[in-house]
Ligand binder design. Structure first.
Ligand code: CMP
Length: 480
């Protein structure tokens, strides 16, 4: 038994004992009491008797009230809990208390004052009725709104609701015949009249429901979205009270003035603790940003420092030269030729699953994978089929470039991928100084064609001869 329940039981027992003692005394010394009062009041016998009867009525009334409370606890606290697993709503309990007490009181009244006609007292008093009606207008409104809330059950004790013109948010603690009692997240108790709650929209986040939260953050335009999304999703999913049933979703909300605006949506095991969890999630985002080298975007202005840009371009250019020098078909090129090729190469970044090349399109450039991975896919019976996966240092798109034919396959980025695009003109210059390159490339193209043909059963592709290819490339590039 809880401490407050124990205290209530003690108060209940003491009050019952006192009321019983009082009643026993009044009954035992009834005659003496009346005689004493009559003597005191000097012959006003009727009034003296009425005083004793009122005392009796009061003591019996107190006992009746205590009995009703005991019955209430027994029926709704114990039996209801045993049968249904939860306590009856306090509105039901209050209605029971009022009804049972009224019945008991009228019964006791008619025993103590048998000569008074109670029915006539109520029915003949029209003024009393009007006064009562006006006085109880609000109370009755609340009462009936409370009943409709209990019948509809739009929310229950323990749910988080937002209600009222002032948008009070808190956990529902009680729904009485007069008001909804909610405890806000600053531990304040707010009482909202049932009748006003019934007129307002109420936002309910049920206790046994996976309720979601949204938190916004932003990052610099220079930070990769794929990286930011991955890092934040992993950081948030591990936070306490974030449900493991649905993984968090991180997405770009807006391309804002100061940076890329993101939102993270996550679902909570216990929604009542959402402010703590939101705070924890924000903290996790900060640490995850720090570890991953990402940056929050503040109101910014872009300052162009030419010297810095030159240095940056130099660093980038030498990284591209290194990459191209490591591509096997460009191995025969001199350092100057590779540097020239690197200068003309244009870098493009693709998001995961983005299409770099579409089968059937015309093509006048080839690509080298600088960072990331791509997959070469052909469509067979309406379904995509991967014929090759190409990694950093691999190249693609050479077939259309060297033969002038449409693109033979789709090329899709498997992760965030940076490719270097080399155009027709730049390749032509390379071929003119390195005629042997045409031959090694024609071998690779022929091999890849055979790879495609074996899968697609394309007899045309199989018929293409390597020697024929070499001539076709030379013709296309107008080489001798
Ligand atoms: P292109 O036809 O211009 O565009 C699609 C590219 O996919 C193609 O050039 C090749 O670079 C590449 N490709 C096609 N088939 C294969 C294969 N079997 N293996 C590797 N790459 C391929």
């Amino acid at each position: 038994m809880r401490r407050d329940q124990k205290n209530k039981l003690i108060i209940f027992s003491v009050a019952t004992a006192l009321a019983l003692l009082g009643l026993a005394l009044v009954v035992r010394f009834d005659l003496q009491l009346r005689a004493l009062l009559r003597a005191q009041m000097g012959g006003l016998a009727a009034q003296a008797d009425t005083i004793v009867d009122v005392v009796r009525l009061a003591l019996l009334g107190i006992l009746a009230y205590l009995l009703v409370r005991a019955l209430n606890s027994l029926i709704f606290g114990l039996v209801f809990r045993l049968r249904r697993g939860y306590e009856a709503p306090s509105l039901v309990r209050n209605i029971f208390t009022i009804a049972a007490f009224t019945v008991f009181f009228l019964l006791i009244f008619s025993i103590v004052f048998p000569t008074v006609n109670l029915g006539a007292l109520f029915t003949t008093s029209a003024i009393f009725g009007v006064i009562l009606g006006l006085a109880l207008q609000d109370t009755l409104g609340n009462f009936f709104a409370g009943i409709s809330l209990q019948a509809d059950r739009p929310f229950q004790v323990g749910d988080v609701i937002t209600v009222g013109a002032q948008r009070h948010t808190g956990v529902v603690e009680e729904i009485t015949w007069r008001a909804i009692k909610i405890r806000t997240f600053t531990n304040h108790v707010v009482l909202i009249n049932n009748s006003s709650a019934a007129k307002e929209p109420i936002e309910v986040c049920p206790r046994n429901n996976l309720n979601a939260r949204l938190i916004n953050f932003n990052a610099l335009y220079t930070d990769s979205p794929a990286k930011a999304i991955h890092v934040i999703r992993e950081a948030v999913r591990e936070a306490d009270n974030v449900s493991k049933k649905i993984p968090p979703i991180v997405r770009i909300r807006n391309l804002g003035d100061n940076g890329v605006d993101y939102e993270v949506k996550y679902w909570l095991d216990d929604y009542a603790k959402y402010s703590d969890t939101d705070a924890l999630v924000r903290q996790r985002i900060w640490y995850a940003f720090r570890r991953a080298g990402l940056n929050f975007a503040y109101p910014t202005r872009t300052l162009h420092l030419e010297r810095g840009r030159v240095a940056e371009a130099d660093a980038k250019g030498s990284a591209i030269s290194e990459r191209l020098a490591a591509v096997d078909i460009f191995a025969p090129l001199s350092a100057d030729e590779t540097a020239m090729l690197a200068k003309s190469a244009v870098s493009h970044v693709f998001a995961p699953s983005e299409l770099v090349i579409r089968a059937g399109d015309p093509g006048s450039s080839m690509f080298v994978v600088h960072n990331g991975r791509v997959s070469v896919q052909i469509t067979e019976n309406g379904r995509a089929r991967t014929v090759a996966t190409l990694n950093e240092g691999d190249f693609f798109g050479e077939m259309a470039l060297f033969t002038g034919e449409p693109r033979t396959a789709n090329v899709v980025a498997l992760e965030e991928t940076e490719v270097l695009e080399i155009k027709h003109e730049a390749m032509k210059r390379v071929f003119e100084t390195n005629p042997d390159l045409v031959e090694s490339l024609s071998h690779i193209i022929a091999e890849r064609r055979e790879g495609l043909a074996a899968r697609t059963d394309d007899s045309d592709a199989q018929r293409d001869h390597r020697a024929g290819l070499l001539t076709a490339i030379k013709r296309f590039f107008k080489l001798k």
